[in-house]
Design a protein around this ligand. Structure first.
Ligand SMILES: Nc1nc2c(ncn2[C@@H]2O[C@H](COP(=O)(O)OP(=O)(O)OP(=O)(O)O)[C@@H](O)[C@H]2O)c(=O)[nH]1
Ligand SMILES: [Mg+2]
Length: 453
């Protein structure tokens, strides 16, 4: 991708709005602005980072729109190149006219993510930060926003930079020793290297351990409500949602299909799925509902297995229990407002009692779900939480090379072997920051951005 020409794109979403912003980046930014923008102050000497009011005209001097414009001189800009932003009225037609005016002038329409790509190439962001920008734009929950922002601000990058820096120093040190094959490494150096590598392995493992939680906080967890007909699954869905979303009746077999709703439970974004009551039915609609519910079990991050506290446990409960067995699950005893007679000793999931009539136990259940899904990572917005599969994979590979290194060191293998493992670990870590990422991977990552970012 060429990175030295001047690009233009709408920076705000297509559609009607109060204002829209057109962004220009590259060496011709200022001359492009001066060519068609007539500031009310009649200045021709635009001060950087100052907003000017004026009229944008076309090449015949015809008014296009009354706008505000800002010129931002490199390097204190998003792309680190000269940037101009034109704030016009938020009409598609105005934006289109401005863009075609400047395409005619000689600017190029930016590709998706190209502004951020320039920020990356110019060293303003590393690759993991650029990816977090895309996540931030797409964030659908508050936790996802917070996590993405902390990554844009460099929380993960800084931690990985520290590790990379340490490994690089070790590499230089060991490479120097290769030139003296007849000499042994002093024992204090050996000890130091061993300690440092094992500390780095621990640091990386601590980060990879957060991947599940990070993914849940960013993308949300899937929770499936399971139990025999009439236990109160749809009632629980409604209670957690705070609205009468699902049909509730006292007729067993009311819910036939999967019903999915998004909500936030104690700060954790979840997709709650109500399902058909599990039982061995002959009704073809119900059979299909049960089949779908069982299929969903495999994708659930957590299963809520419901048993009616006010009824004796029967064969259908056992049938439903067997379907949930082996999946991460909590037992929820329902209808606590009625006399409790269910003997749940057949089930070894952690047990909670609720009533959707009195709201008894719902807060405790919410907290238990959040705790189950995130555990120790629940309140740790200050620490690194991994959200990208790509980062996770690279860290796992890096960790493997470091473990090989550690073993080779203990086995007193030649320095050449040690150096090889260390170099490979650094290549893997560099894939996260973008230092060693191949062009096609870069292209794939940036093409997922929206136009104008
Ligand atoms: N007393 C009492 N009744 C409840 C409670 N929760 C649900 N019920 C009643 O139990 C019946 C069944 O509730 P649903 O929520 O439809 O049960 P379900 O598990 O979705 O049933 P299916 O869709 O048929 O599988 C309804 O009559 C509800 O009013 C509760 O906490 N206390
Ligand atoms: Mg139901």
């Amino acid at each position: 991708m060429i990175t030295t020409d001047t690009i233009i794109a709408p920076a705000t979403a297509i559609g009607d709005g109060g204002i829209a912003v057109v962004r220009i980046s590259g060496p011709q930014s200022l001359s492009a602005l001066k060519k068609y923008f007539l500031p009310t102050s009649l200045t021709n000497n635009f001060r950087s980072h100052q907003l000017y009011h004026g009229i944008l005209t076309d090449h015949l001097g015809q008014h296009i729109d009354e706008v505000m414009a800002v010129y931002m001189a490199a390097p204190h800009t998003y792309t680190r190149d000269d940037v101009v932003e034109i704030h016009c009225h938020g009409s598609n037609q105005v934006v289109k006219t401005i863009i075609s005016l400047y395409l005619h002038f000689g600017l190029r329409l930016a590709q998706a993510g190209e502004f951020t790509y320039r920020a990356f190439i110019n060293g303003r962001l590393d690759l993991s930060q650029a990816e977090a920008v895309a996540r931030l734009i797409a964030a659908k929950s508050d936790s996802s926003r917070k996590l993405s922002l902390s990554q844009v601000e460099g929380l993960l990058s800084r931690t990985l930079y520290e590790i990379t820096d340490n490994l690089r120093n070790l590499l230089v040190f060991l490479e120097a020793w290769i030139d003296f094959p007849e000499e042994d490494l002093p024992s204090e150096d050996l000890l130091r290297i061993r300690n440092e590598i094992s500390r780095n392995i621990d640091q990386i493992t601590a980060i990879t351990d957060t991947y599940n939680s990070g993914k849940i906080l960013c993308e949300g967890a899937t929770i499936l409500l399971v139990g025999r007909p009439n236990v109160g699954k749809s009632s629980l869905l409604n209670a957690l949602l705070g609205e009468e979303r699902a049909i509730v009746t006292d007729i067993p077999g009311t819910t036939r299909d999967l019903l999915e709703e998004g909500l936030t439970l104690s700060g954790v974004p979840v997709r709650l799925i109500d399902s058909a009551g599990l039982r061995d039915s002959t009704d073809p609609v119900e059979v299909e509902g049960v089949r779908r519910a069982k299929l969903k079990l495999q994708q659930a991050d957590l299963v809520l297995f419901l048993v009616e506290g006010s009824a004796t446990v029967d064969q259908q409960d056992i049938y439903a229990y067997q379907a949930c067995h082996g999946y991460p699950a909590l037992l929820v005893k329902t209808k606590q407002d009625l006399p409790q007679i269910a003997d749940t000793s057949f089930c070894n999931f952690p047990e909670y009692s609720i009533s959707t009539k009195t709201d008894y136990g719902l807060d405790i259940l919410r907290a238990a779900i959040a705790d189950f899904l995130l555990g120790e990572h629940l309140a740790s917005s200050e620490s690194v939480l991994l959200t990208e599969q790509r980062h996770y994979d690279a860290l796992i590979v890096a960790c493997r090379y470091l473990t090989n290194f550690f073993e080779a060191l203990n086995a007193e293998q030649p320095f050449e072997f040690l150096v090889f493992e260390l170099r490979e670990a650094l290549v893997s870590l560099g894939q996260i920051s973008g230092a060693t990422t191949s062009d096609d991977v870069l292209e794939k990552i940036f093409s997922q951005f929206c136009i104008g970012k």
